[in-house]
Design a protein around this ligand. Structure first.
Ligand code: PMP
Length: 352
């Protein structure tokens, strides 16, 4: 820390992204990227758009919002595009939390939530997951705070039903409920159809996972136009051109090839189920995942050792050091071939 760093951030513990080592070629199963590259139309659209990079991007993302709104069966005014869904989540912390309205989220969830709370200097309350790592929606009734729920949750992959989330929305009419649907397309129910009915609902999604665009950085929020207006106030007070031209072009091309992405999500969900079966055969215990990752523990090997042994053999997975989950590892679902290598390697580690 330099002597110039503001005191207000002296205690800030920044988010630590999954490692991206360059020392050798790894099978990367540690940051929940999509196993498949973008549709070829994306590269073509980006190449064409690059000739216009001397001009600013459209701060309203009008064309993109119209195309996305048509897909989601909402209105463009119900959408706000952001630089990854991390940005819309940060905007939600800025817009809907303060000293009197704490953020409320599970004790085991996306690790960025406490960091967003800290950087925006808002208090937060964590509600413990149940023993089996599920969320009990009953514990979110009348919370007196802004609720953040990742659905499916990360890193467990466990999803609530739309009905369960609706219960939370109904019992919190005075609070915003943010449903972070980063992984929803791999097997959970989206709450976007509920945004008309519940003015306190903000759904966030990303192009990083099911739409194979993690490096493009595009996310969005869906909610009633008043919430979206608040979030736009925050956006125009921080970074009006938050979605760059190349990403905008990439996303438009992505939306014209829905079938390609839907099929990839289906393949990933099938590969997830195959991998889970093979892992159970090796003695792993897994949470029931609806996402593009698995969360697993083995009674005979501790979590960190398994992570290290995997890395030594060229496979990166994600280990967390939090008290309740340090024996677990999160394994992104790659291609079938990558997962066959993963399972073979896991078997070899357990044998040794
Ligand atoms: N929510 C959850 C639960 C995530 O795991 C992630 C990815 N790390 C994000 C949001 C943000 O992803 P992105 O900014 O790439 O959209």
């Amino acid at each position: 820390m330099s002597r110039y760093f503001s005191d207000k951030y002296a205690d800030l513990e920044a988010y630590v992204p999954g490692e991206q080592p360059k020392d050798q070629h790894y099978i990367k199963l540690n940051t929940n990227e999509n196993a498949f590259p973008p549709h070829p139309a994306v590269a073509k659209a980006v190449a064409e758009e690059s000739g216009k990079l001397h001009l600013y991007s459209d701060p309203e993302c009008r064309e993109l919002r119209e195309a996305l709104a048509a897909r989601l069966e909402v209105e463009p005014e119900e959408l706000l595009m952001t630089n990854g869904s991390d940005e819309i989540l940060n905007f939600a912390f800025m817009a809907f939390c303060d000293e009197y309205t704490p953020a409320v989220f599970p004790d085991i969830t996306y690790g960025f939530y406490p960091v967003f709370a800290a950087v925006n200097r808002v208090p937060y309350r964590e509600i413990p997951l149940e023993e089996d790592l599920t969320i009990d929606p009953e514990k979110y009734t009348q919370t007196a705070g802004t609720i953040f729920i990742a659905n499916p949750n990360a890193p467990t992959g466990i999803a609530l039903t739309r009905g369960q989330i609706e219960g939370i929305l109904q019992s919190n009419p005075y609070n915003v409920v943010v449903v972070d649907e980063a992984y929803v397309d791999f097997g959970a129910e989206s709450c976007i159809p509920l945004i008309r009915e519940y003015e306190n609902l903000l759904v966030t999604q990303t192009f990083s996972k099911s739409r194979s665009l993690a490096g493009g950085r595009l996310g969005f929020g869906a909610g009633n136009p008043e919430l979206i207006r608040d979030l736009n106030t925050v956006k125009y007070s921080t970074n009006p051109y938050n979605v760059n031209r190349l990403t905008n072009a990439a996303a438009l091309a992505c939306l014209t090839n829905d079938e390609y992405y839907t099929e990839n999500c289906r393949t990933i969900a099938d590969t997830r189920e195959w991998t889970a079966r093979e892992m159970k055969r090796l003695g792993f215990e897994l949470t029931p995942s609806s996402a593009n990752f698995l969360f697993a523990v083995h009674p005979r090997i501790d979590g960190e050792t398994f992570y290290r042994e995997m890395k030594e053999r060229g496979i990166l997975i994600r280990h967390f050091s939090g008290a309740r989950i340090r024996e677990y590892n999160r394994i992104s679902v790659g291609t079938r071939e990558q997962m066959e290598t993963f399972v073979r390697t896991a078997a070899a580690i357990l044998e040794s």
